[in-house]
Design a protein around this ligand. Structure first.
Ligand code: AVI
Length: 314
């Protein structure tokens, strides 16, 4: 398969940079090639992985209240749109939305998902934007003053949990500006019994392990990286002081991973840190959002209080 030169270069450059660190790490965004995206979809169906089911349950039960917060004639922006499944709950309840603007870095996937959505919502104005939403990006003009509509945002899936605290704050600051006069509906994974978290990231079927290991397999496929296939294993644990799940690829033995001819030595037990998944309290997240310019609004959580959808007014 041919990969765009830019994509290869940034993966290669970021992997080299991450492997050169004393504490080796690489961005979780590199999980999501076609194979990784398919594995993530499987993760969402796993019995141990509650976030997707919990959030869908909240949307199913409360979409009407959420749509009321957004108001009539909204211009709805979705950050990191993916398959556009969750937003349907809102679209079914929104009163005469002016436009739906999904933002995603993967153009082909975004446009395919938009085509599918358009078939089911023929009257909806869909204006996809192919962009990395964490970087400066263009949006269609705001709803005209007097049109009665506001610009509002949707960022589901607890994707903000994969940002560093600084990235999360940058995103919230950008969104508060972009959505001023409207608001943001955001999904966050809540702090809970570490045993529940541990199970969610160490599923019995080994899908999360395959998802994690695919990052190295992707480096082999796309960048020609050389390493022993079973030289690394999946390691995921809850770091309680930092309130996050950490995922690592741990070396079984002393070995070298070769990338573009550069050998990166791993000792037994040494890791490549591949993901953080931050867990929040509702009050803690609202306080963080307030520092970015949002005012707290209604909160929806499931009975076990494992997952939250928060309306933040901007
Ligand atoms: C996409 N993101 C919110 C998932 C999470 O739970 O942090 C990614 C994931 N990693 C392992 N399982 C799921």
């Amino acid at each position: 398969m041919n990969y765009p030169v830019r994509a290869r270069t940034s993966f290669a450059a970021d992997l080299h940079a991450g492997l050169a660190l004393t504490r080796r790490s690489v961005s979780p965004k590199y999980f999501y090639d076609d194979i990784g995206s398919r594995l993530f979809e499987q993760i969402c169906e796993l019995p141990e992985y509650y976030p997707t089911r919990s959030e869908l349950g909240l949307l199913r039960a409360h979409a009407a209240e959420m749509a009321e917060c957004m108001g009539p004639r909204a211009q709805l922006i979705e950050y990191g749109a993916g398959a556009l499944r969750k937003v349907r709950f809102l679209l079914d309840r929104l009163e005469s939305p002016q436009a739906f603007v999904p933002l995603d870095i993967s153009g082909a996937h975004l446009l395919a998902a938009c085509d599918e959505l358009q078939q089911d919502y023929p009257a909806l104005c869909i204006a996809p934007v192919v962009a990395d939403f964490t970087q400066p990006h263009d949006l269609p003009p705001r709803p005209a003053p007097g049109s009665g509509g506001r610009r509002v945002g949707f960022f589901p899936g607890s994707s903000i949990g994969n940002f560093t605290p600084e990235e999360a704050q940058d995103f919230l600051r950008m969104a508060a500006q972009e959505l001023r006069g409207g608001g943001l509906l955001i999904g966050i994974d809540l702090i809970k019994d570490p045993a529940v978290l541990h199970a969610a990231y160490n599923d019995a079927a080994g899908v999360t392990a395959a998802f994690n290991l695919n990052l190295l397999e992707r480096a082999r496929r796309e960048l020609g990286a050389e390493f022993d296939a079973d030289g690394f294993f999946h390691s995921a644990f809850y770091n309680a002081p930092l309130q996050r799940i950490e995922m690592h690829l741990m070396s079984r033995r002393r070995q070298a991973l070769l990338l573009d001819g550069v050998p990166y030595q791993f000792d037994a037990g040494q890791t490549l840190h591949t993901e953080n998944s931050y867990k929040y309290s509702v009050a803690g997240f609202q306080a963080q959002a307030a520092r970015a310019g949002f005012r707290p609004g209604p909160v929806w959580t499931d009975e076990r209080e494992w997952f939250g959808l928060l309306w933040l007014q901007s």
